[in-house]
Design a protein around this ligand. Sequence first.
Ligand SMILES: Cc1ncc(COP(=O)(O)O)c(C=O)c1O
Length: 388
Amino acid sequence: MKNNIYNIIKKSIKYSTGRNKANLHEPIFFGKEKKYLQKCIDTTFVSSAGKYISMFEKKLSKFTKSKNVIAVLNGTIALQVALKSLGIKKNDEVLIPTVTFVGTANAIKHCDAIPHFIDTSLNSLGISVEALDNYLKKIAIKKNKFLFNKKTKRRIFAIIPVHVFGHISKIDDLVKISKKYNLKMVEDGAEALGSFYKNKHAGTFGDLGIISFNGNKIITTGGGGAILCNNNNLAKKIRHLVSTAKKSHKWSFFHDRVAWNYRMPNINAAIGLAQMEKIKKIINLKYKITKKYKTFFKNNHEIQFIDQPKNCKSNFWLNTIRIKNLNISKRNKLLNILNYKDSMNCRPVWNLIHNLPMFRKCPKSNLSNAKKIEKEFITLPSSPIYGK
Ligand SMILES: Cc1ncc(COP(=O)(O)O)c(C=O)c1O
């Protein structure tokens, strides 16, 4: 690896974060988090009942313009519940990009279903609509309203587009494709709170969408997630499913099916509410960092800053660069120096999910772009505090 690249990246981080050491994405608390936590403890309602849960959900609903928001324990669970509520069956296949966090694929496995890996566009980090259409034409067949994989004979039930690092790409076209093939769509917007496509919030295009509030996300509840749902009946069903299927009653414990205890606790929602009250400020802080990274890499021919796709207003959760023609060993060397020597937390995208031992036998399309992305893309420190 050219020493030159290492020096450029190091300089870009210093310039954009104003720090000599920088974390990838740490949370920022400058609102009423402590006040709400104290109030929550004082009321003794720290668990899955309490006013902060519905206040947090309402705040999210207003911000995302999703009719219903159901707060749950984390983003992985949100995906699992979303698929279950839409009627996924054992051995169904679900199309997902191999460039994602393992949680997307795990959620499918937790439904006894099978991830089917597809490729990612190099420029947008989203699914290439044309490539997907061509692929499905080749490998799938429609029978009795459903889509089946010709080779495995399994039903292809759904698609989960992932808004990687906050970027949303051609989601309206993807909705059209999913309708054409009769696929359910759950948007994995774990990283995309505050990202919009044609002024519509991430997670509100498909049948359902999800968000994560893990500590490293745009806002946090400690751990947490939410399901966005515009269909009132489906939202009712989901609420029931994540609340042990208990019929509402002052004192009786009647549960009408096997269900989950996945509701977000009030104590986590208290932090979430305080964080949501600052969401616009947090995103503005992030824009300041992005602006600096963009300026820094503007005329650089070896390193490309990954900008938001067309029609997308991204939250730039993680600022990302592409170093053309990097290979895995050079990439690892670069990341080792940046992380260990300089304490500048840079990361590759994830290990491609189809290569992980538990997913190696799953069906997949040609994944040539994903393989490039794994080698050449690096995420840079993007904590909102650096925008202050
Ligand atoms: C793309 C993606 N999907 C799903 C998840 C799972 O969310 P959680 O960590 O809240 O379970 C994450 C986050 O961590 C993610 O980045």
